[in-house]
Design a protein around this ligand. Structure first.
Ligand SMILES: Cc1cc2nc3c(=O)[nH]c(=O)nc-3n(C[C@H](O)[C@H](O)[C@H](O)COP(=O)(O)O)c2cc1C
Length: 192
């Protein structure tokens, strides 16, 4: 297959979910660029119903990760239970920063808006050599009994009427950037 390659396409093909992080924080300029990339995502009817919560406080991240791990350990899903029970499993892979995108749940398409904003951010990060990994457990935690209380206890309160829809960790990879997992064939139908 021939392919028109440019920096954008290269970044899309190079982005990976990274699961080992250095402790150092994402540089301020890079964080601002990543946040801006999120804010420039499309949103239904241009509502921009989102809010970006950045958690960089080590101890608060640890509290949240323990609570998230428990959600996995006691989940109905066997794969989640198995993952969380693995020796040394850290829900955030020791990343120094967790970014949660919440939105007004009465917006036209809040989940889609947040997911698109997050994808922009993952790509912006990759383009700057910053690692990321989507981590879904904070979203599951928030939906569980006592979840909002856990967030409140560490001082994380989303704006009134907001639900968190997307979350990911960011930082610098502690390991060489991995190759892409093979992509499934046969996922395109073309009717010309
Ligand atoms: C909705 C969603 C939830 C995900 N949740 C997790 C997660 O909780 N932990 C994790 O390590 N990766 C998570 N991932 C990352 C996927 O495992 C990863 O994207 C997939 O294996 C493909 O690898 P790649 O991102 O390197 O291309 C999630 C991805 C998506 C889209």
């Amino acid at each position: 297959m021939t392919r028109d390659m440019n920096n954008t396409i290269e970044t899309i093909l190079r982005r990976r979910s990274i699961r080992a992080y250095e402790p150092r924080q994402v540089e301020e300029d890079a964080l601002n660029t990543i946040l801006q990339a999120g804010q420039y995502a499309p949103s239904a009817m241009g509502q921009q119903p989102w809010h970006f919560t950045v958690i960089e406080h080590h101890d608060k991240l640890e509290t949240l990760q323990s609570a998230c791990k428990n959600v996995f350990l006691y989940s109905d899903n066997a794969a989640l239970r198995e993952t969380a029970a693995k020796d040394g499993y850290h829900v955030f892979y020791h990343a120094p920063m967790l970014l949660i995108i919440s939105a007004d749940s009465y917006a036209v398409a809040p989940r889609e808006d947040c997911v698109l904003a997050m994808e922009n951010m993952l790509l912006a990060a990759a383009s700057l050599g910053i690692a990321s990994c989507w981590v879904h457990s904070p979203i599951i935690l928030y939906q569980s009994a006592g979840g909002p209380q856990t967030f409140a206890e560490i001082g994380v309160r989303f704006p009134e009427g907001h639900q968190p829809y997307a979350s990911a960790v960011f930082g610098y990879s502690a390991l060489p950037w991995p190759d892409a997992a093979p992509r499934k064939p046969g996922t395109v139908t073309r009717i010309a």
